[in-house]
Design a protein around this ligand. Sequence first.
Ligand SMILES: Cc1cc2nc3c(=O)[nH]c(=O)nc-3n(C[C@H](O)[C@H](O)[C@H](O)COP(=O)(O)O)c2cc1C
Length: 327
Amino acid sequence: MADLSTSYMELKLRNPLVVASCSLTNSVEGVQRCADAGAGAVVLKSLFEEQIEADTKELERHVWVAGHTEAYDYVRKIGIETNAQDYLNLLEKAKQAVAVPVIASLNCITPGWWTDYAKKIEAAGADAIELNVAVLPSDPRHSGRDIEQLYYRIVGDVKKNVKIPIAVKIGPYFTSMGNVASELSDKGAAALVLFNRFYQVDINIDKLNLVPGYRFSTPEEINFSLRWISLLSGRVKCDLAATTGVHDASGVIKQVLAGAATVQVCSTLYIHGIGHIANMLSNIEAWMKKHHFESVSEFRGRLSQKDSDRPELYERLQYIKALVGIE
Ligand SMILES: Cc1cc2nc3c(=O)[nH]c(=O)nc-3n(C[C@H](O)[C@H](O)[C@H](O)COP(=O)(O)O)c2cc1C
């Protein structure tokens, strides 16, 4: 039997396949189904700062608090706590229901706000926290450095308040990804989750309105995170988790070869069902057997840039015939 076990943020996982934060992990039954299908760990659906803000504003509409700072603060606190409590209940029940690590997910867009939650999440038994930090840098007054500092402050604030490991899930839109990754690791991230695939916007040209874009990734989308996992592997202190575009066993294997400690899947489970996890795991085992690997650690990072004798291959950006054979 091949040994698929892996270590992620010092948590021991039976295999590197992790169910990403999404609606499949928004209920105890969903979490249980993922664990029963063989997932190595589960990331709960994010608790969203904006959702809590919206729910709290709705609550404020029903209570007259204008001009009363104290009353306003009180109503706000209740709104926040009610929402957080539902999430903590889910976390506690999920922890009781499954033996695999359960990672809570907080969506953060402003610093400070999350520190109390993070403590509560730790107390409720989460094995780790994934910070889903997503700031759309649309305000022309904010420089790249301002935005990066915001990310660092959020991670630093949460890190100060909890002992459980913190993973930081980010999108791909940074000017200096290598520097950002290394700073996040220095600020206390035990892992980086690369890269979130955000909600997309599309336009309906008949109705002349905005509509949601296609929800799911395609296998072709794997290449961006594959490149960055392979570039950063062994170069940042923290672990790396891959997300976006992993749809089958070959996607998981590629990301582990590039250096990922874990590989998160989401779209493929919506498309093929949660049972697809077992299918992917048995295909990974078959590949390991074919290549005479007995454990995942034997091939993790084998194709990272750091261990390559052709490091320049990882950095090619242009279609130049002399370099890549394509123009
Ligand atoms: C319906 C849906 C809901 C999602 N909800 C969250 C979420 O709450 N928090 C989060 O960090 N990512 C969320 N994601 C992003 C996924 O966790 C994942 O990173 C992304 O879909 C890319 O992986 P994939 O190619 O395997 O789908 C969601 C994705 C989908 C499709």
